[in-house]
Design a protein around this ligand. Sequence first.
Ligand code: ATP
Ligand code: MG
Length: 425
Amino acid sequence: MKYSVPKGTKDILPEEIYRWQKAEQVFAEVCGQYGFREIRIPTFEHTELFMRGVGDTTDVVQKEMYTFEDKGGRSISLRPEGTAGVVRSFIEHGMTSLPSPVRVYYNITAFRYENVQKGRFREFHQFGLEAFGAKGPAVDAEVISILTLFFARMGLTQTHLCINSIGCPVCRTEYNRILREYYQPGLAGMCHDCKGRYEKNPLRMLDCKEPHCHTLAADAPKLLDHLCPDCREHFEGLTANLDDLGIPYTIDPGIVRGLDYYTRTVFEFVSDHVGTQGTICGGGRYDGLVEMMGGQSVPGIGFAMGVERFLMEVEAQGVAIERTPDVHLYIAAMSTEAAVFARKLAFSLRKAGVGCETDLMGRSFNAQLKYAGKTGVPYLMVLGDDEIASQKSRIKNMKDGVQTEIDLSNQSGIIATILNSKLHD
Ligand code: ATP
Ligand code: MG
């Protein structure tokens, strides 16, 4: 029997991992510079958490969640996103008592039972963050600026920021009435889900992917035109803050975001390249979520970025991700004695922080050279009985063929040769 990965999952292979590692490293670095610290949450939680925290009128909860009963009879779900788990953790660990704002970032896998397409998987990765406790628009702009900086540091130039406000419960009560009025005449022709949403949460109807519902949503009245004075002021504060930071944006009154918990600011970074799945990243403010989940009334804002979509965008924009070698030096040995010396030298160089390889396959000397050539290792050292006797050898730069004499008893000289000549690469 031959096995293959389940639909919608994938292997990330050693030859492509450097792209992931680079993105992870830069994201962690940028978040760190803003005072965010990493949090790691479980892969699965009680189903109830997502029903409440993501919202039981969302597609994610209604259609996409991997839910099962465990051997103890509990209903468990694989996390479809990170915010609900982070909010649970925030409340469970009493983080409200920490100095505000409490800022955490994460790098997680998420699971959704979806129609698999380009940029749409059943197991995918998200970089995300949440900032709790700050309610003004400055934090909204700061969170958005993290993404701007991350994209810039990764070399992306063409991402596009769209912002909107979806108001608060005050403006939404009135807006829901207006929306129901708009949808009422055509309700019979809408999908089953939207009929349910009409009663429970008409805002959700704006996000429906069914073609007919989608067309109706395009002409629906916009919440942005019906904000209460506080929400309007917050939105104006956000645009002013973004202007101050020189971050360009488009106001898109059509953004509602797929999850139930957002209030006021919502935003997306979109691309023209990732096909129909053009949203690389989505986020927004969720001022009522912590309280709804059983905590104190603490405002929050966050985002989640799809790492697969981000990396597709990197490729589509032709941005090269630098690949730094882990192994700098291959030590080829001509005899059994030289092989012993090579292994000892390699161990010692590794202890000093220089990546090395020596033969582990019992290859002939020529085969070792061939192997070194194939691996693309930047430097080669050749050891035979003569070299060991004289304690003199040469390090060859595999790119330009330039050879440098080295003294085998002088380890720092060997390291300096590799590091210095690297400057000329
Ligand atoms: P979409 O409208 O594309 O379904 P969404 O609104 O469901 O996106 P969010 O829940 O906001 O997405 O998740 C944040 C980000 O995670 C998205 O912007 C996207 O980049 C990524 N993402 C969401 N679902 C998937 C998936 N099935 N496969 C890959 N990435 C995904
Ligand atoms: Mg979705």
